[in-house]
Ligand binder design. Structure first.
Ligand code: MG
Length: 182
């Protein structure tokens, strides 16, 4: 005999989860800046960093915003950033990657979700990210339209090993938790 569901049972009902988690990862080569190489000016989380190398890429190659976008899309079970915004689409040439986050967020909201919190890690040998952490967090919080306490960014080096540690690449990870809009 069917029993009436309690609120707790509804929360844990597989068909109607109260939360969804999403993970995003990205890596871009760091090259000498144009015209010597193919490096674009280094932008991380919407913040410009002074460096003699920059990421190769089709858009502005903001590797942190790309991981955040993929985390949001992943939480919804949607195709990834490369499928939704192909890198051979001339509309995205040199595009501000904030537009990818904004588009992913609009999909989150349209599906009835809101961002509970976002945690990110940037792995970069140089330059030091510490002095820019507050600006990066604030920028991403603005993009996600959440308060600062819901966005975190950790900065690591790669201990001088492999491509990231040798300054030839930048790597990012992002995990986002979505909750149902009340
Ligand atoms: Mg990317």
């Amino acid at each position: 005999m069917a029993e009436a569901r309690t609120t707790d049972q509804a929360i844990f009902d597989q068909d109607q989860p109260a939360f969804r988690i999403g993970h995003g990862y990205d890596l871009h080569r760091l090259e000498p800046l144009e015209p010597e190489g193919r490096g674009r000016p280094l932008v991380v989380g919407g913040v410009s960093l002074d460096h003699d190398r920059g990421p190769a890429g089709h858009s502005d190659a903001d590797v942190l915003l790309h991981a955040v976008t993929d985390a949001l899309l992943g939480a919804l079970g949607l195709p990834d950033i490369g499928q939704l915004f192909p890198d051979d689409d001339p509309r995205h040439e040199s595009a501000d990657s904030a537009i990818f986050v904004t588009e992913a967020l609009s999909r989150v909201q349209a599906a009835g979700w809101t961002v509970a919190n976002l945690d990110t890690t940037v792995v970069l040998e140089r330059p030091k990210l510490g002095p820019h952490k507050a600006d990066i967090r604030a920028n991403i919080a603005d993009l996600l339209r959440v308060t600062l306490d819901r966005v975190n960014m950790k900065a690591k080096t790669h201990e001088a090993v492999d491509a990231v540690g040798e300054g030839r690449a930048i790597e990012t990870h992002a995990v986002v938790l979505l909750m149902r809009k009340s």
